[in-house]
Design a protein around this ligand. Structure first.
Ligand SMILES: [Fe+2]
Ligand SMILES: [Fe+2]
Length: 380
């Protein structure tokens, strides 16, 4: 492809969805297209590496259309790229794909703060128990963005210690950490944070004040819809301490029959189970609706990443009913995006209805459609 054509196809002004779907379709005819694009980014093709905006857009598209570790290994030299934006974007794409935590730890040790922060962020949706270890290691990082992302990772993994750590960060002597703590407080949505934020808006640092104010506004927006009638506790179970995990009998948990016997996919499905549990916990504590904002963003990310990964794997394995499976993914993606739209436009969506949707995803898609390919791949 001529450099001018590449610039036209990957122009950042074009909708990412559209470009990704074009490249995704092209990859069905040319499965090595992602590798060719990676080579182009590294300046290894017959043409020079593209300019920064084009390179960033190519990385974004590759992130959506190419699964597996092959791409991650190919683009790892970009971690040393002269442009910091390309370095950080590459770090995110790579960390999302790597299942080898030794490699991630090694990269985190040598990488600059921006790159480290992005790599930690990319692990938010990984769902591997080893992530928790990485988050614990970096929650006291000397850089506020790295520490903040690590704390958020702990929270996403359901680690209750994250709440206490955020409160500690809120009184850090360095204002950059306090500003990060204020940002975290709006993302984590713990009821006791509102009072802390009210104190933080009087902080001597302008950036802390600004961050605290923004978080308070975000919290007050969600507080209006926080009273979810679905939060009444199930009969026969006692009250839970705020921030604690309630009776396990009530919560969805991973079961052996969900397994498709492919480790990477099982881990991704476990991440969905973890999201369902977080919603259950939030509903249990009476903040079901307030949590939906965060949940739905994570679901959109999850659906994009997981479906892309699964489809590429099935394509590589030559799965016969791939088209039907992709259609099922499209339906789920559309439903998730519709849900996101309803929540973002302030429609009163109940935690219970989202829970029903997620349970359905688990029992209908994972237990039926995903099990169909698992059975087919075991035979071939
Ligand atoms: Fe799946
Ligand atoms: Fe699937």
């Amino acid at each position: 492809m001529h450099p001018e054509d590449i610039r036209a196809v990957f122009h950042p002004g074009k909708p990412l969805e559209h470009t990704s779907s074009l490249v995704g379709q092209a990859m069905e005819a040319e499965p090595r297209l992602d590798i060719e694009l990676a080579k182009l980014l590294l300046g290894q093709g017959s043409h020079r590496a593209p300019d920064q905006p084009t390179a960033l857009r190519i990385l974004e598209v590759l992130d959506r259309v190419s699964a597996g570790t092959r791409l991650a290994r190919m683009i790892s030299p970009l971690l040393r790229h002269a442009d910091p934006q390309i370095r950080t974007k590459a770090a995110k794409v790579i960390a999302r794909r790597m299942e080898n935590f030794d490699w991630i730890r090694a990269q985190l040790l040598k990488a600059e703060p921006r790159v480290r922060a992005n790599m930690i962020e990319a692990l938010w949706e990984n769902g591997d128990p080893e992530c928790v270890e990485v988050f614990r290691l970096y929650r006291d990082d000397c850089d506020n963005r790295v520490a903040g992302n690590a704390l958020y990772g702990l929270y996403v993994c359901g680690e209750a210690e994250a709440i206490a750590s955020v409160l500690r960060m809120a009184s850090h002597p360095d204002p950059r950490f306090r500003a990060t703590a204020a940002w975290l407080m709006s993302r984590i949505d713990e009821p006791k944070f509102a009072n802390v934020l009210k104190t933080m808006v009087r902080d001597e640092s302008r950036s802390v004040k600004g961050s605290a104010l923004k978080s308070l506004v975000r919290l007050s927006r969600t507080a209006g819809i926080a009273q979810d009638p679905s939060h009444s506790k199930p009969a026969g179970t006692g009250p839970a301490e705020p921030g604690s995990i309630a009776s396990d009998n009530y919560f969805v948990s991973w079961r052996p029959e969900y397994s498709v016997h492919i480790d990477a996919i099982d881990r991704q499905h476990q991440a969905l189970v973890a999201l369902i549990r977080q919603l259950q916990q939030a509903m249990w504590e009476g903040r079901g609706r307030a949590f939906l904002d965060t949940l739905v963003d994570r679901l959109v990310q999850y659906a994009n990443g997981h479906f892309r990964y699964e489809e590429n794997m099935l394509r590589e394995q030559g799965y016969e009913s791939l088209a039907g499976h992709i259609e099922q993914h499209r339906i789920l993606t559309r439903q998730v995006l519709e849900l996101q739209h309803r929540i973002q436009t302030g429609e009163a969506v109940s935690g219970a209805s989202v829970m029903a949707f997620l349970r359905n995803w688990l029992t209908e898609h994972i237990m039926q459609h995903d099990q169909e390919y698992a059975a087919a791949l075991r035979i071939t």
